[in-house]
Design a protein around this ligand. Structure first.
Ligand code: FAD
Length: 324
């Protein structure tokens, strides 16, 4: 039996209640645990939490990647820790100025990039919510602040569903999707993971993900749709790859969004919504700036591994069969 919930009902219920509480004030004193794990011995908790302390602990345990060092791009893009998270939060006002019009463009830093900060608790959703509300109430970027807070509410919705659906990462929310006949093609899956499908926007997204641990929301939707609806691979395979590679991978938003794309989830994308990666590139990367950043010239004219129009028709036929 399906256990589907709608975002609009959830959002209505949230909005009928008082606003989220204010963030707690910074504690005057934060003591570490009395007993520390051996590798952390000698470090105060505050040292453990700061970036260099954290890197030292990983180093001491032999957990920093070396051969190969696959984390170089991640280190170059992200500075972990609360100080860097707060510095980014302080830029929210500037981000919101262009957020309404440009947040869907894949070729610029048009969104907050706060998801890993929320994922690791460097910032609380309360704090981000209130900061955005304050910016809106001050009369700056009012509409954008509303759109931004709706995104935060989607995150809450995903967590709300995860609290009830303990198997969100492995089981379809809509049980009728269980009848879908997926392909099992390890070569296609590997091509997708490595950004070698021959479809430029998909390959750019997957290469950015591998290099930096991040991908813009629009590109996540396009790459996920391509895996599920053109390569006909089960959504759990994509979910697992994102889980292994995203710096913001979390156990609610990741499977929730994969199910949304696959059409097996809450308020899911309708089954006939199959992103055309070429049209998406025209709309959201009109100057090819994004693709040119991530796909080297020698790979830009590679032959696509599938015919996008043909596989779209096949996926639609299979979705219709399951639906009926
Ligand atoms: C297939 C797929 C997998 C995803 N996996 C994850 C994941 O593991 N972790 C994750 O945090 N987000 C995930 N998302 C949602 C979204 O892509 C990211 O939250 C967003 O790209 C983060 O960038 P940002 O912080 O700049 O977003 P902004 O546009 O600045 O949005 C502000 C905040 O709202 C929340 N948010 C925005 N969009 C969504 C959404 N669709 N669902 C839930 N929360 C959202 C995030 O916390 C984000 O930081 C996924 C989306 C797709 C399509």
């Amino acid at each position: 039996m399906s256990r589907v919930c709608t975002y609009s009902a959830f959002a209505r219920a949230c909005r009928s209640r008082p606003e989220p509480r204010d963030p707690h004030p910074r504690p005057d004193d934060l003591r570490g645990p009395a007993r520390t794990i051996p590798a952390v011995a000698g470090h105060r908790l505050s040292t453990w939490l700061d970036e260099r302390g954290f890197a030292r602990v990983l180093d001491a345990r032999g957990w920093l990647p070396t051969a190969p060092d696959w984390a170089g791009g991640i280190r170059a893009r992200w500075t972990p820790g609360e100080a860097a998270a707060r510095a980014r939060l302080d830029e929210l006002e500037d981000v919101l100025e262009g957020y309404g019009e440009s947040r869907d463009r894949s070729d610029g830093a048009s969104t907050s990039l706060l998801s890993p900060r929320l994922r690791f608790g460097e910032l609380s959703p309360h704090e981000v919510w209130h900061r955005s509300v304050r910016i809106g109430r001050a009369g700056r970027s009012v509409a954008a602040a509303g759109v931004f807070n709706d995104e935060l509410l989607w995150r809450e919705f995903a967590w709300h569903r995860r609290a009830v659906l303990t198997h969100l990462a492995t089981e379809n929310i809509r049980s009728e999707s269980d009848d879908f006949e997926w392909d099992d093609d390890p070569d296609a899956l590997r091509a997708w993971q490595q950004g070698r499908t021959g479809v430029p926007l998909v390959d750019a997204g997957m290469r950015e993900l591998w290099e930096t641990g991040f991908m813009h929301n629009r590109v996540r939707m396009v790459t996920a749709s391509f895996l599920v609806k053109n390569l006909l691979q089960h959504w759990t395979r994509g979910e697992q790859w994102f889980w292994d590679t995203l710096v913001d991978a979390d156990e609610a938003s990741n499977p929730f969004n994969w199910q949304w794309v696959a059409g097996s989830g809450d308020d899911a994308a309708p089954y006939f919504r199959i992103f055309n990666p070429y049209r998406q590139a025209e709309r959201f990367d009109p100057d090819n700036a994004y693709v040119n950043t991530w796909v080297p010239p020698e790979d830009r004219d590679a032959e696509p591994i599938v015919d996008v129009a043909q596989t779209r028709r096949e996926a639609l036929a299979e979705y219709r069969r399951v639906k009926s």
